[in-house]
Design a protein around this ligand. Structure first.
Ligand code: SPV
Ligand code: MG
Length: 290
């Protein structure tokens, strides 16, 4: 089974698929080892790892290279966050085969204008393109994929933009009509009510994708019980975990004036070498270094 087939089977299989964010192959490998079903190739995490805002400041090529490197490292499906598609339907038509060739199993494309502003920022610039324009972008993605198993997810930002549930439902339905395999519905409200009422109102013509960053009280069991959600994405927990761990250790080294104290608390160098695939290299060495 290809990664795209695995993801597609999960979407129709009725069991919630869990995707953890990653910003490089190492974070993706850790997520796979921890037992997540797939990787979210997050634009937010990539931007954060370059210490720039998640606002199309990095190029498509930088994101594509991240996806290629992650897909070469893990065997679980990789869901590529292509933001707004890096332009209009023409851009989308060109980039989708590139993401497929890079090893992605799916793309998620959002209905905001290019360049985007990040969704969870309070007071961010959240402008949406016309429904017809985004339908064209979804249709371009569907038409451009080389393999019919490649999953095209349309992301509705109407709730993020404050346009209300009717607009969100209308857009979601329109994007399914344009060929989207699933709908990501995003919300930044600090309680799950807005999302829950969308899910209840959704007629279910395609599975939903949720990103519960803003409403973390909603568990996987809660989401699975809703019955209409195929994928849950943990959108930024790899980079937040990394930042928290680095801040703590760096501060302690400055406090202690050395590394003696932190050394025992940190993963060993051997553990890092294992993650680097050291065993494989030793094997290659033994077989081919004559
Ligand atoms: C990302 O992780 O890049 C996302 C999710 O798109 S969010 O940051 O919540 O918009
Ligand atoms: Mg993103």
């Amino acid at each position: 089974m290809t990664a795209a087939q695995t993801l597609r089977a999960a979407l129709s299989g009725g069991k919630l698929f869990t995707a953890m964010a990653a910003h490089n192959p190492l974070s993706a490998k850790l997520a796979e080892r921890a037992g997540f079903d797939g990787i979210w190739g997050s634009g937010f995490e990539l931007a954060a790892s370059y210490a720039v805002p998640d606002a199309n400041i990095l190029s498509m090529g930088t994101h594509l290279e991240m996806i290629r490197a992650i897909a070469a490292t893990v065997s679980v499906p990789v869901i590529a966050d292509i933001d707004t598609g890096f332009g209009n339907a023409v851009n989308v038509h060109y980039i989708v085969p590139q993401y497929e060739a890079a090893g992605a199993a799916a793309i998620v494309m959002e209905d905001k204008t290019f360049p985007k502003d990040t969704s969870l920022r309070a007071g961010g610039r959240q402008e949406l393109v016309r429904i017809e324009e985004f339908q064209g972008k979804v249709a371009a993605a569907v038409a451009a994929r080389r393999n019919k198993d490649f999953v095209v997810v349309a992301r509705v930002e109407a709730l993020i933009a404050g346009l209300g549930p009717d607009e969100a439902l209308q857009r979601a339905e329109a994007y399914v009509q344009a060929g989207a395999d699933a709908i990501l519905i995003h919300s930044k409200q600090r309680a799950p009510d807005e999302i829950l009422s969308f899910v209840r109102a959704w007629p279910g013509h395609a599975p939903l994708v949720l990103v519960p960053t803003a409403y973390p009280q909603l568990t996987e069991a809660d989401i699975a019980a809703l019955g209409k959600v195929g994928i849950v994405i943990y959108g930024n927990h790899a980079i937040r975990a990394a930042v928290g761990a680095m801040e703590k250790v760096f501060a302690q080294i400055r406090r202690d004036g050395g590394i003696r104290q932190v050394d025992a608390e940190l993963p060993s160098v051997r553990h890092i070498m294992d993650l680097q695939g050291d065993d494989r290299m030793r094997d290659v060495e033994a077989r081919f270094l004559k």
